[in-house]
Design a protein around this ligand. Structure first.
Ligand code: PRP
Length: 202
């Protein structure tokens, strides 16, 4: 299947698993070479849940040893979705003072989450903090935020698959699909399940 080709009813392929694998190898090579000479292993920190798919593939493509840790955060509902006000539900286990940290995100949209994470981690005196994101939806940015490594720049479209969900569905679709009719998906969250899981993809 070629990128952009309509798939089933209502989803079109945006980035295939082959394109993902190729780009992840390229990112991994850049990251490996940047951190190859460090004394202590790089700490890769991912935010639950969607970014864990990218994290798992990225770190297995690295040629350096790394530590892996996770955070879970939640927006304060009362502050509104675009407030950038979040609370930590699960913090990292590693002491990152003096360490090189790589934040591993699957998508940067408004930039509010990444801004919060960077501020929180930088306050702990790491040696450095850099970010790799698989997808960069820069058209939606509210706050500018540094991104050292970005896999794909994508337009302002709703995407599912490879960790990206809609109401907890579609995370384990191996490719990334664009949803042109988000209103239909909101009405019926399981609308694309049969088409995305029911057929053979290459
Ligand atoms: C995604 C992504 C980032 C955040 C980016 O997580 O992993 O953490 O959105 O959005 P922002 O730039 O607008 O702040 P999401 O909220 O979808 O949580 P999930 O991974 O658990 O589905």
């Amino acid at each position: 299947m070629r990128t952009g080709e309509p798939y089933g009813s209502g989803g079109s392929l945006l980035i295939s698993r082959r394109e993902l694998a190729t780009r992840i190898d390229e990112l991994a090579a850049d990251i490996s070479s940047r951190y190859a000479s460090q004394e202590r292993p790089l700490v890769c920190i991912s935010v639950l849940k969607g970014a864990t798919f990218f994290l798992a593939d990225l770190i297995r493509a690295l040629s350096i040893d790394v530590a892996v840790d996770f955070m879970s955060i939640s927006s304060y509902a009362a502050s509104g979705p675009d407030s950038g006000v979040v609370r930590i539900i699960k913090d990292v286990d590693e002491d990152i003072a003096g360490r090189d940290v790589l934040l591993v995100e699957n998508i940067v949209d408004t930039g509010l989450t990444l801004t919060y994470l960077r501020r929180t981690l930088l306050a702990r005196q790491p040696r450095s903090v850099a970010t790799v994101t698989l997808l960069d939806k820069s058209a939606r940015r509210i706050v500018p935020v540094p991104i050292e490594y970005a896999g794909f720049e994508i337009p302002d479209v709703f995407v599912i698959g490879y960790g990206l969900d809609h109401q907890a569905l579609y995370r384990n679709v191996p490719d990334i699909f664009e949803v042109p009719d988000i209103a239909a998906l909101r009405k019926d969250p399981a609308l694309l399940v049969t088409s995305l899981f029911g057929s053979q993809r290459d």
